[in-house]
Design a protein around this ligand. Structure first.
Ligand code: HEC
Ligand code: HEC
Ligand code: HEC
Ligand code: HEC
Ligand code: HEC
Ligand code: HEC
Ligand code: HEC
Ligand code: HEC
Ligand code: HEC
Ligand code: HEC
Length: 317
C-alpha cells in the first residue's frame, strides 16, 4: 500500500471508530474547537486528501522561523536520501496529515502530537506505527504503556538531531519521571549501575511492551538475569529451589538498602521460608553469635545459589 493511503486508512479508521473520549481542548487558533470538532475536521481533510503540491517548502513558508521545526532536518526523519523517510514521500504531511486549508492563516488544524494535543493517544500513535509497526513493537497494543494511553511523543522527539531517549542518561531520567518508586530504589545502597555504568531500563525492559511479565526483554525474570549473570544458571548438582524459580524472591532488582540488592538481610530473609531450620538447637536462638555475627546463616550456607560439591546438599561448599 502507498504510505499516503496507509496512513489515511489507519488514522481515518481510528478517527471514525472512537468518537471523543478525551476531554482535551485544542490550543491557539483552534481553541474554539473541542476534541470532537477537531477530529471531525481532520477526518474531513483525510477524506478530501488535499496534500500540498509543494510539500515541506509550503509549510516552511510559515514555520521556518521555529528552530524546533527546522531541527527535523538534522535527524533521520528529515533525510531526503533515505527511501522510507517521510522526507522522501509526503514530507511534513506524512506525520501532520494533509494541509487542506491550514495554510489559510493556520485556521484548519493539523495533526498535533504530545501532551497538548487534543487527539487521543491511539490516533497520534497510529501515525508513527504506520511506519514503525515491526518486531520491536509487536506487543505494543497489549502493552501496559498503550493501555495507560502513553503517546509515542511522551518519550520520543522527532524534531531533533538525535532523539534524546536514545541516550542512556536521558532514557533513565525520562522513565524515572513517571516511575518514582524505581527511581527511589536506584538511589539506594545497592543497585544496578544505571546512573554511571551505561545500563538503562532498556537493558531489561522493552518500553514498547513484550510477551513477558513486566515487559521484560527475555522470556522470564530468570532468563533476564542469566543474560548478564550466566554463572548463576548452573546446572548445579544441588540446586536451591527459589533460585531456580525466581531471582526476585530474594533480590530487589531495582535496588535495595541491603547489600547485594537483597530484599531482606539474613537471617530474616532465610527464616521467611525456613522458619523451623535449626529449631531446638540453642546455638541458633535469636541473639546468638551465629545469627547476628558476620553473614549470619551465610557464614555456613555460603553457596546460596547452588552447589556442585558432592557433599554440597546443605549449600555449604
Ligand atoms: C500560511 C501560514 C502557514 C502554512 C503555509 C502552514 N502553517 Fe502550520 N500553522 C500556521 C499557524 C498560524 C499555526 C498556529 C495555530 C495556532 O495558533 O495554534 C500553525 C500551526 C501548526 C501546527 C500545530 C502546532 C502546535 O502548536 O502543535 C502544526 C503541526 C503545523 N502548523 C504544521 C504545518 C504543516 C505540516 C504545514 C505544511 C503542510 C503547515 N503547517 C503550513 C500557519 C501555517
Ligand atoms: C516523523 C513525523 C514528523 C514529521 C515528518 C514532521 N513532524 Fe512536526 N511534529 C512531529 C511531532 C511528534 C511533534 C511534537 C513535538 C515533538 O515531540 O517533537 C511535532 C511538532 C511540530 C510543530 C509544533 C512545534 C512546537 O513548537 O511545538 C510544528 C509547527 C511542526 N511539527 C511542523 C512540521 C513541519 C513544518 C514539518 C516538515 C518540515 C514537520 N513538522 C515534519 C512529528 C513530525
Ligand atoms: C513515513 C514513515 C515514518 C513515519 C510516519 C515515522 N517514522 Fe520514525 N523513522 C522512519 C525511518 C525511515 C527511520 C530510520 C530508520 C532506519 O534508518 O532504520 C525512522 C527512525 C525512527 C527512530 C529512530 C531514531 C534514531 O535516532 O535512531 C525513532 C525513535 C522514530 N523513528 C520514531 C518515530 C515516531 C515517534 C513517529 C511518530 C511521531 C515516527 N517515527 C513516524 C520513518 C517514519
Ligand atoms: C515509555 C517510553 C516510550 C514510548 C511510549 C515509546 N517508546 Fe519508542 N523507544 C523508547 C526507548 C527507551 C527506545 C530505545 C530502546 C533501546 O535502546 O533499545 C525506543 C526506541 C524506538 C525506536 C528505534 C529503535 C527501534 O526499536 O526500532 C523506534 C522506531 C521507536 N522507539 C518507535 C516508537 C513508536 C512508534 C512508539 C509509539 C507507538 C514508541 N516508540 C513509544 C521508549 C519509548
Ligand atoms: C508518561 C509516564 C511514563 C513514562 C515516561 C514511562 N512509563 Fe512505564 N508505565 C507508566 C504507567 C502509568 C504504567 C502502569 C502503572 C505502573 O506499573 O506503574 C507503566 C508501567 C511500566 C512497566 C510495567 C509493565 C507491565 O506490563 O507490568 C514497566 C516495565 C515500565 N513501565 C517501564 C518503563 C520504562 C523502561 C520507561 C522508559 C523508557 C517508562 N516505563 C516510561 C507510565 C510511564
Ligand atoms: C536488571 C534488570 C532491570 C533493570 C535495569 C530495570 N528493571 Fe524494572 N523490572 C525488572 C524485573 C525482573 C521486574 C519484575 C520483577 C519485579 O517487579 O521486581 C521489573 C519490574 C518493573 C516494573 C513493574 C513493577 C511492578 O511492581 O509491577 C516497573 C514499572 C519497572 N520495572 C520499571 C523500571 C524502570 C523505570 C527502570 C529504569 C529506571 C527499570 N525498571 C530497570 C528488571 C529490571
Ligand atoms: C544487562 C546486564 C544485567 C542484567 C540483565 C542483570 N544484571 Fe545484575 N548486574 C549487572 C552489573 C553490570 C552489575 C554490577 C556488577 C559489579 O558491580 O561488579 C550487576 C550486579 C548485580 C548484583 C550485585 C549488586 C551489588 O550490590 O553488588 C545482583 C544481586 C544482581 N546484579 C542481580 C541481578 C538479578 C536478580 C537480575 C535479573 C532480574 C540481574 N541482576 C540482571 C548487570 C546485569
Ligand atoms: C534464596 C535467596 C536468593 C535467591 C533466590 C537468589 N539469590 Fe542471589 N544472592 C543471595 C544472597 C544471600 C547473596 C549474598 C551472597 C553472599 O553474601 O555471599 C546473593 C548475591 C548475589 C549476587 C552478587 C554476588 C555474587 O554471588 O555474584 C548476584 C549477582 C546474584 N545474587 C544473582 C542472583 C541471580 C541471577 C539469581 C537468580 C538466578 C539469584 N541471585 C537468586 C540470595 C539469593
Ligand atoms: C523463597 C523461599 C526461600 C528463601 C528466602 C530461602 N530458601 Fe532455602 N530453600 C527453600 C526451599 C523451597 C528449599 C528446598 C526444600 C526444602 O528443603 O525446604 C530450600 C533449601 C535450602 C537448603 C537445603 C536444604 C536441604 O534439605 O538440603 C538450605 C541449606 C537452605 N535452603 C538455606 C537457605 C538460606 C541460608 C537462606 C537465606 C540466605 C535461604 N535458604 C532462603 C526456600 C527458600
Ligand atoms: C554454624 C553453621 C551454620 C549456620 C550459621 C547455619 N546453619 Fe543451617 N545447617 C548447618 C549444617 C551443618 C546443616 C546440615 C545438617 C545436616 O546435614 O544434617 C544445616 C542444615 C540446614 C538446613 C537443612 C535442614 C534440614 O533439616 O535438612 C536448612 C534449611 C538450614 N540449615 C537453614 C539455615 C538457616 C535459615 C540459617 C540461619 C538462620 C542457618 N541454617 C544457619 C550449619 C549451619
Amino acid at each position: 500500500m502507498h504510505a499516503k493511503q496507509l496512513i489515511a486508512t489507519v488514522l481515518g479508521g481510528a478517527l471514525l471508530a472512537l468518537t471523543c473520549t478525551s476531554p482535551a481542548m485544542a490550543a491557539g487558533k483552534w481553541a474554539h474547537m473541542d476534541s470532537a470538532e477537531f477530529e471531525a475536521v481532520l477526518d474531513q481533510k483525510f477524506a478530501e486528501g488535499k496534500y500540498s503540491k509543494k510539500g515541506a517548502d509550503n509549510c516552511l513558508m510559515c514555520h521556518k522561523k521555529s528552530d524546533k521545526v527546522m531541527a527535523l532536518f538534522d535527524g533521520v526523519h528529515g533525510r531526503m536520501d533515505h527511501k522510507d523517510s517521510p522526507m522522501a514521500g509526503l514530507q511534513c504531511e506524512a506525520c501532520h496529515g494533509p494541509m487542506g486549508k491550514h495554510n489559510k492563516g493556520g485556521k484548519e488544524p493539523m495533526i498535533a502530537f504530545g501532551e497538548g494535543s487534543p487527539l487521543s493517544s491511539e490516533k497520534q500513535n497510529s501515525v508513527c506505527l504506520s511506519c514503525h509497526q515491526d518486531e520491536e513493537r509487536m506487543a505494543w497494543h497489549s502493552s501496559t504503556h498503550n493501555l495507560e494511553e502513553l503517546d509515542c511523543a511522551d518519550c520520543h522527539q522527532v524534531h531533533a538531531a538525535k532523539d534524546p531517549i536514545m541516550e542512556p542518561a536521558t532514557e533513565v531520567e525520562t522513565c524515572s519521571n513517571c516511575h518514582t518508586r524505581q527511581k527511589a530504589d536506584m538511589a539506594k545502597r545497592s543497585a544496578h549501575p544505571m546512573d554511571w555504568g551505561g545500563m538503562t531500563c532498556s537493558s531489561c525492559h522493552n518500553a514498547h511492551g513484550s510477551m513477558s511479565e513486566a515487559a521484560l526483554n527475555s522470556t522470564s525474570i530468570n532468563e533476564n538475569c542469566y543474560e548478564c549473570h550466566a554463572e548463576k544458571r548452573g546446572p548445579f548438582l544441588f540446586e536451591h529451589e527459589p533460585v531456580v524459580e525466581d531471582c526476585s524472591a530474594c533480590h530487589n532488582v531495582h535496588g535495595s538498602v541491603n547489600k547485594d540488592m537483597l530484599t531482606r538481610r539474613a537471617p530474616q530473609l532465610c527464616q521467611s521460608c525456613h522458619s523451623s531450620a535449626h529449631n531446638g538447637n540453642p546455638a541458633f536462638n535469636s541473639g546468638s553469635d551465629v545469627m547476628t555475627a558476620g553473614k549470619s546463616c551465610l557464614n555456613c550456607h555460603n553457596q546460596i545459589h547452588g552447589s556442585n560439591h558432592p557433599n554440597g546438599s546443605a549449600l555449604m561448599r
